[in-house]
Write a protein that binds this ligand. Structure first.
Ligand SMILES: *[C@@H]1O[C@H](CO)[C@@H](O)[C@H](O)[C@H]1NC(C)=O
Ligand SMILES: *[C@@H]1O[C@H](CO)[C@@H](O)[C@H](O)[C@H]1NC(C)=O
Ligand SMILES: *[C@@H]1O[C@H](CO)[C@@H](O)[C@H](O)[C@H]1NC(C)=O
Length: 318
């Protein structure tokens, strides 16, 4: 039992060594390749030591064989990197299409095989709907970036004046459209100064992302009319109130003056009447009735010489 385990482990160990040696003999570069549809791609196989037959498969299809001659067809071709050596082989696929996506396998008879991955991609359109905008300072602006016809779905990022916008400021939604992908990304920014805003859509096959810039022109905040009106109205009512108070005060003062004139007049009248009483006394030896009631209009001075005889004197002040 123990002996058979030892034998089994021994076999696994030998195999792993053998396999490693085999993969070291064959190298393929790149092992992962993204290319745009319609472009030409190439894989390079390096082999240590001599070999007789090399085959290339795209997907399940055998597309090329190299033995004494190179036998390829159509969009598939190969050549030796150097004239005098079979060490290095360039395998080419022209005008790649989506059907070429997937495994690309290089098999070296009696040396094993290596599989690379090819991703045929497609770049679509990218645009910020609405185009250039003019906004008031401090206003929040929403930008909508629409991409269409991409394979696979592009990675969307935004820049503001060529600086990356943090991802919490935007949301992207991907919508599958047949075998292609559309997306909508919504960015919210607060307008502070004139800004270039760009939406970038990228896939591995592109050397640089596709972008759509828009320009944001920031204008000073327009006067807030409600505030202005409120200010005018409150100032106006304040002024009116002050005027009203001044008016009332003025009226009150005038009336006060009038009243004191009246008192003066009354005093004057009183003195006059006393004088006249004195002169009347000399003639009639009458008495002055001191209890006179000052009426607003009339002042009655009762001069009685005898009971039952009342002399009226009317003074009217207007
Ligand atoms: C590339 O392949 C497409 C079909 O996948 C074909 O329509 C087109 O004509 C080819 N272009 C060239 C240059 O061969
Ligand atoms: C947006 O503004 C830029 C620069 O101000 C200008 O070059 C561009 O043509 C404008 N785009 C549109 C769609 O008006
Ligand atoms: C993104 O979506 C989430 C959830 O739908 C929402 O809470 C968030 O405010 C959105 N952010 C932006 C920048 O639109």
């Amino acid at each position: 039992m123990i002996a058979s385990w030892k034998l089994w482990f021994g076999l696994v160990f030998i195999c792993s060594l053998q396999c490693r040696v085999e993969t070291q003999k064959l190298q393929v570069e790149p092992l992962d390749l993204a290319a745009l549809r319609g472009s030409d791609v190439q894989f390079i196989a390096n082999v240590e030591g001599s070999w007789d037959v090399m085959t290339w498969k795209v997907g399940k299809l055998l597309v090329l064989t190299i033995a004494d001659d190179i036998i390829g067809s159509g969009r598939f071709n190969a050549s030796f990197c150097y004239n005098d050596s079979r060490r290095c082989v360039e395998f080419k696929i022209y005008n790649v299409s989506h059907e070429d996506s997937g495994a690309v396998e290089c098999e070296l008879q009696s040396h094993g095989s290596l599989t690379a991955q090819l991703s045929v991609q497609e770049s679509g359109t990218v645009s910020i709907s609405g185009g250039n905008v003019t906004v008031a300072q401090g206003q929040q602006v929403t930008f909508e970036c629409v991409t269409a016809g991409w394979i696979p779905a592009p990675n969307i990022t935004w820049t503001q004046n060529d600086e990356t916008v943090i991802s919490s400021l935007y949301n992207s939604t991907i919508i599958a459209d047949g075998d292609k992908f559309n997306s909508i990304s919504v960015l919210n920014l607060t307008a502070v100064r004139n800004t270039k805003v760009e939406c970038l859509a990228n896939i591995a096959a592109l050397k640089a992302p596709k972008s759509s810039p828009v320009f944001v022109t920031v204008v000073p905040k327009p006067a807030d009319w409600t505030v202005l009106i409120a200010v005018v109205v409150s100032f106006g009512s304040c002024a009116l109130l002050v005027l009203l108070i001044l008016g009332i005060y003025h009226c009150y003062k005038q009336r006060k003056e009038k009243e004191s004139n009246y008192q003066d007049e009354m005093r004057r009248v009183k003195t006059q009447s006393q004088l006249s009483v004195i002169s009347a006394d000399e003639q009639t030896s009458g008495q002055v009735n001191e209890t006179y009631e000052p009426d607003n209009q009339d002042i009655n001075i009762h001069v009685g010489a005898e009971p039952g005889f009342v002399k009226h004197r009317h003074v009217t002040i207007v």
